[in-house]
Design a protein around this ligand. Structure first.
Ligand SMILES: [Zn+2]
Ligand SMILES: [Zn+2]
Length: 154
């Protein structure tokens, strides 16, 4: 399992391997030492039961999607389609736009899910069983506030 641990001080994303399970890492952004506590399930890539960074046990699942890639496909499609439109080839223009949207859908559909910690936003990627529900705004509000109080940001 690969983890992107989020630094509680500066929000830098720090890659950590759960198999190596280091007991502490140093943030490359602000130099803060972050202690990590890995559960057995985390180390074995079985399930995500407790966040190694904030020790929270609330997670959500989201698509591992880089919005920039999706946007690039649509923008390129729109530009090419615009050129055809300019030359009066409306049908070709619309087809290209539709194709770009379709490519976007295919990319999105093939993406794997990743798990995110509600509190500290650390990300988890691996072959473990996906158990977490999808994102819930209310839960996020409550848990983020609780976490920020705990680490003294508010
Ligand atoms: Zn930091
Ligand atoms: Zn966390």
């Amino acid at each position: 399992m690969q983890i992107i641990a989020k630094c509680p001080t500066c929000d830098a994303g720090l890659p950590v391997s759960a198999r190596e399970a280091p007991s502490a890492i140093t943030c490359g952004g602000c130099g803060r030492d972050i202690t990590l506590a890995f559960s057995e399930d985390l180390k074995a890539d079985r399930a995500i039961d407790r966040c190694p960074v904030c020790e929270g046990s609330d997670f959500y699942i989201r698509k591992d999607f880089d919005p920039k890639i999706g946007l690039t496909v649509v923008v390129i499609g729109a530009i090419i389609s615009g050129i055809f439109y300019w030359f009066g080839k409306d049908l070709v223009a619309y087809s290209i736009l539709a194709a770009a949207a379709l490519i976007d859908l295919v990319i999105y559909g093939r993406l794997k899910d990743l798990t995110v910690c509600y509190r500290c936003h650390s990300e988890f990627r691996g072959t473990y069983e996906r158990r977490a529900p999808s994102f819930d705004l209310h839960t996020a509000d409550v848990l983020e506030l609780e976490y920020e109080r705990k680490i003294g940001r508010r």
